[in-house]
Design a binder for this molecule. Structure first.
Ligand SMILES: [Zn+2]
Length: 475
């Protein structure tokens, strides 16, 4: 993986310095209001620097979709009479009432201070009575500290503290993986200061089957626990009088879509049965507008109902097919191959791939032991004998055989052979060239079929690494 430490480190230092200055201002400020104002200024200043660092990093790496995503401009728009949104990587929504305002999601830490300032320029004056968090991901809760006032209720799902705990404890693991897929990210996560993840303490937890209902300034609010899509702690917000549904990441970046049951970075598996239950609950509401915390609102009762029903049925179809296949004695790989959405349920797999969901559902129910081989139970993988195999077969012969697999469209067979070949000789030119050919062919196929962004990011990463290895041979 290519790093540009010369470019990154001084700027990381600059961010740290700015955050430091902000904190000194905070300590010196006497009143609570002055402290809050200073924190917001420091947050916006450091956020602007972070945005510039990311923008300059994106010039050199990352696939187009992720670059487009992180360069969404921060701007405010009015979605309904009393509903405002600050767009950004993560959107922040405010429902204004005469007795104070309710905030749904607080976006990325580096964008939140600016989002709040722009929203406040548009909003009628009033206290922030509630901050409702859709789930524990940092692009939804990062700006919480910039929104909370002395009496603000911080509302989250009952599972929120546990989800935040494990995401924080595995922060380095997840960050490293994310950064491989999205090379424009800073080298390491901020461990302290105003941008650090993991210190949100909810003041009110909501657990199913209970719905939190309240009325404020003549507006009725319903906070619904709807787990299953992007983790166990999804909380959505419903305005029954306006029929607006604030979904957080309940649908993911597209609507309708197949959900991301499996995450490439390696979060806990999401539970399809929980998601089906949550979808049922949302279908019954009959929303007329969906406001997600990424991208644009979706409007239209019929269109929304149709999308919700298709998503529910698609998830149900895949889940039940896995169960039936397991009971029929089929293997996990066989089911990955066999299970596909029927035409009437064929929603986009840009975000979540059906074959990966198959694998995840299998492993969720039956864990990792496939009953295939004794060696699965022990710590010596087949790669431990790959170099020996390469010696026996000959690296040249393996690379040539792999090349003919690629020529005949069997890229995965080729990649298996190449793993053995490269274990024998990591600098074998034909093996490296053939690996690029196999990966490129897989990427072409990915783009031509499901266009799944994670699959494309992964294949691009591997192609880049192999190109680097080949480049090193020329030096
Ligand atoms: Zn998100």
């Amino acid at each position: 993986m290519s790093d540009s430490p010369g470019l990154l480190r001084p700027r990381n230092f600059l961010i740290a310095a700015l955050v430091g200055v902000g904190l000194i201002v905070l300590v010196l400020s006497t009143s609570v209001d002055a402290k809050r104002a200073a924190e917001l200024r420091a947050g916006e200043l450091a956020g602007n620097v972070a945005a510039r660092v990311i923008a300059s990093n994106t010039e050199s790496g990352g696939d187009t979709h992720s670059r487009d995503f992180i360069s969404i401009p921060i701007e405010v728009r009015k979605l309904a009479d009393n509903v405002y949104q600050a767009r950004g990587v993560g959107n922040t929504q405010v429902i204004a009432t005469s007795e104070g305002h309710v905030v749904y999601d607080t976006g990325l830490a580096t964008q939140a201070a600016k989002q709040r300032r722009l929203l406040e320029e548009t909003l009628p004056e009033g206290p922030i009575t509630h901050v409702i968090l859709s789930h524990s991901h940092q692009d939804h809760v990062g700006g919480t500290r910039f929104w909370t006032e002395d009496d603000t209720e911080i509302v989250a799902h009952f599972e929120y503290p546990e989800e935040q705990r494990y995401l924080k404890e595995l922060e380095d693991f997840l960050w490293t993986r994310n950064r491989m897929l999205f090379p424009f990210m800073p080298e390491s996560p901020p461990k302290s200061g105003i941008f650090a993840y993991g210190d949100v303490v909810p003041t009110l937890l909501v657990n199913e089957p209970n719905i939190l209902k309240f009325e404020q300034g003549g507006v009725r609010f319903e906070v619904l626990p709807t787990p299953g899509a992007e983790g166990a702690d999804n909380l959505t917000l419903w305005l029954p009088d306006q029929k607006i549904f604030f979904s957080g990441d309940f649908f993911g970046p597209n609507f309708p879509q197949f959900p991301n049951v499996f995450t490439m970075r390696g979060e806990k598996v999401r539970k399809p049965i929980e998601y089906i239950r949550s979808l049922e609950q949302v279908i019954a509401l009959e929303p007329e507008m969906i406001v997600p915390s990424h991208q644009d609102p979706i409007v239209g009762k019929e269109k929304i109902r149709e999308g919700l029903v298709t998503m529910r049925d698609a998830v149900r179809y895949v889940h039940d097919a896995v169960i039936a296949g397991m009971n029929a004695g089929k293997s996990m790989n066989q089911l990955m191959e066999e299970i596909a959405l029927p035409p009437e349920l064929s929603v986009t797999q840009i975000h979540g791939r059906v074959s990966w969901a198959v694998k995840s559902i299998w492993q969720y129910y039956a864990t990792w032991f496939q009953f295939n081989s004794t060696t699965e139970l022990y710590n010596v993988p087949h790669t431990a004998v790959a170099a020996e195999l390469a010696g026996l077969a000959g690296v040249d012969a393996l690379a040539k055989s792999a090349a003919s697999h690629v020529a005949e469209g069997r890229d995965l067979e080729a990649l298996h052979l190449l793993e053995i070949a490269l274990a024998g000789d990591a600098k074998h030119r034909l093996a490296l060239e053939t690996r690029i050919a196999a990966l490129s062919s897989l990427r072409d196929e990915a783009k031509a079929t499901f266009n799944n962004t994670y699959e494309i990011d992964w294949l691009s990463l591997r192609i880049g690494q192999t190109e680097e290895a080949l480049g090193a041979l020329r030096e």
